[in-house]
Design a protein around this ligand. Structure first.
Ligand code: SF4
Ligand code: SF4
Length: 222
């Protein structure tokens, strides 16, 4: 999932302060799963902002809505009526969702309420960890299912670097050394000989080095 974290209340408050009324628009998929922008977070944030503006003596009308996904136009349509009744939309989606909403409502300011952080997993309650940089050419098969591009601090394709200590990365001792994990996994299923294979430099053209990317699926086009 895309992992994000709600921005601090003061930052959000400063963003929406110029408006007398605005819609807080939640997203019911990734940001809901990471407790940054689902229905409950929309309600909590709306209450906090009402309280904060009330203390300042400012009258603000805050509408609330959560759609299933802000990155799909089909779901954003449900927000059209409320969005156009308001001076601004505060989106609690990831950066893709915010931009999708902005493209659908070109005459309304759309503000980001979430800091989009990474593609990752829920490792344990309250702990989300990065697992993928979306490089566009997955090579997890070469690395026993552990991604050194997102999980090795030096993005080494031929590791380890030699600085790992007790299985932890020398760059950040709180992080597992990705290459130690790769070695452990290959040992676990008896394929350590693969560690001797040289991995050539990665072709980054499928990553973001070439500018914004597109995925075209003609079979899905109507
Ligand atoms: S190799 Fe690329 S696509 Fe695969 S997990 Fe790593 S960053 Fe993501
Ligand atoms: S210690 Fe491990 S994870 Fe850290 S930079 Fe070196 S090889 Fe990569």
């Amino acid at each position: 999932m895309i992992v994000g974290e709600q921005k601090p209340l003061e930052e959000i408050k400063a963003m929406v302060a110029p408006y007398d009324n605005f819609l807080i628009l939640g997203c019911g998929t990734c940001v809901k799963t990471c407790f940054a922008g689902g229905e409950e977070e929309v309600a909590t944030l709306a209450s906090a902002l009402r309280l904060a503006f009330g203390k300042d003596g400012k009258k603000t009308k805050i509408s609330e809505l959560t759609v299933e996904r802000q990155c799909e136009g089909e779901f954003i349509r449900q927000a059209a009526s409320l969005a156009t009744q308001n001076q601004a939309v505060l989106s609690l989606a990831c950066g893709a969702g915010v931009q999708m909403v902005a493209s659908r409502f070109p005459k309304i300011p759309v503000l980001p309420g979430v800091n989009t952080t990474f593609i990752g997993i829920l490792e344990q309650p309250g702990l989300f960890t990065e697992k993928c940089l979306g490089c566009g050419n997955c090579v997890l098969d070469v690395f026993s299912g552990i991604c050194p591009i997102s999980r090795c601090s030096k993005k080494l394709l031929n590791g380890p670097c030699g600085g790992s200590k007790n299985g932890k990365c020398e760059v950040n001792p709180e992080t597992d050394c990705a290459w130690q994990l790769i070695i452990d996994r290959y040992q676990a299923f008896g394929e350590t000989e693969k560690l001797y294979n040289y991995v050539p430099p990665k072709d980054w053209r499928t990553a973001d080095a070439g500018g914004p990317r597109k995925l075209v699926r003609e079979d899905l086009m109507v």
